[in-house]
Design a protein around this ligand. Sequence first.
Ligand SMILES: *Cc1c(COP(=O)(O)O)cnc(C)c1O
Length: 221
Amino acid sequence: MMIKENILKIKEELPSAVKLVAVSKFHPVSELMEAYEAGQRRFGENRPQEFAEKVPRLPSDVEWHFIGHLQTNKLKLVLPYAYMVQSVDSLHLLQSVEAWLTANPVRKEPLRVLLEMHLGAEETKHGMSEEEICGILSEASNYPHVSFCGLMGMATNTDDQERIRSDFRRIASFREKVAVTYPDLPLNELSIGMSNDWRIAVGCGATIVRIGTAIFGPREY
Ligand SMILES: *Cc1c(COP(=O)(O)O)cnc(C)c1O
């Protein structure tokens, strides 16, 4: 297994201020443990059931990031354990998260979330428009159980580096804009960049990269 080598190689190149989330979806706990033993502490999963099954099987100092589409009937599998939910992709989900956390006071501190912005050319991708995100942030006080930490996005799935760069620049400048508009919110995080485009993302100001394949190898679906 090359997991340790892959992590060390990425860490060598990644500026130390940028946080690496190892995207471990579809990979067995034994491989996550290999990453853990190489020093990796942040893991990302995108399916609630798999997330909830893995959490108790790793040491408790792991920081778990949920990065997938979250249906409102699956909140109990994710919200008690997540360090951060990076993929809040609708007003409806946000309202459901706030209501669930109000009814289930299982956390000591507010849940960190990133608002997912629709970036890529693909209609099928999840995420919100700039208008929807501004609407939410202007009413942030409606969500006392949530801490708005920044934005997440996925670039167009393409080999065209300029297209990817322009997607990332758009979300980066939008994050700067909302951080100025809402100075009371801690909108510091910009989660962009995956295995194939994380270097571009770092150049565009990523504070978090989400890397799966380049650490664990291809997924078997
Ligand atoms: C799977 C996934 C990743 C990691 O993708 P790789 O190309 O394997 O690095 C990153 N972000 C999200 C939201 C994902 O679903």
